[in-house]
Write a protein that binds this ligand. Structure first.
Ligand SMILES: [Zn+2]
Length: 162
């Protein structure tokens, strides 16, 4: 019985990969091109404008964190508050209310209403990457790790100026 179930799964798997290989349309082309990037950076960015997404990807590449988020979700203000409540977010004054990270799912939420441009995004994303790097919900741990990420962003900006 056990063996029977396993074979069925295997056959389904093969049938699926066969279908992917025979698909030579435009979709297959996109999948092939996306594959190498997905292997190194499986990050999904949801709800951002194309410009914001491109900016965020380049900033994260520059900061080069050991732990990359799996998902970064830009949400409207009302939804952001709801989401924060759902995750029982507790943010000390001066932090957050702009972005927060749900560590178990490696998801970063960004409040679109608070978005203030590239420098703002880099500064606070460094903080969220700090939470992920230290796997800690503590603001002080996140900030300690964020210093290095912000330095890398600054170095990269200076390089482009010269
Ligand atoms: Zn924080």
């Amino acid at each position: 019985m056990q063996i029977g179930i396993c074979s069925a799964v295997l056959i389904l798997g093969l049938a699926q990969s066969g279908r992917t290989q025979t698909n030579t349309g435009p979709t297959a082309d996109i999948v092939d091109k996306a594959a190498p990037e997905l292997a190194t950076s499986p990050l999904a960015i949801i709800g951002a404008t194309p410009d914001q997404e491109a900016l965020l990807r380049s900033q994260i590449q520059i900061m080069n964190p050991a732990v990359v988020p799996l998902r970064i979700v830009f949400v409207p203000h009302g939804k952001y508050i709801d989401t924060a409540r759902t995750f029982q977010l507790h943010v000390p004054k001066g932090f957050g209310s702009l972005m927060f990270t749900h560590l178990p799912s490696r998801t970063v939420f960004i409040d679109i209403a608070r978005y203030l441009g590239p420098d703002w995004l880099g500064y606070w994303m460094a903080h969220e990457l700090g939470h992920l790097a230290t796997n800690s919900a503590k603001e002080s741990d996140a900030e300690n790790a964020a210093h290095e990420f912000r330095r890398r962003l600054k170095d990269s900006r200076n390089k482009h100026l010269h």
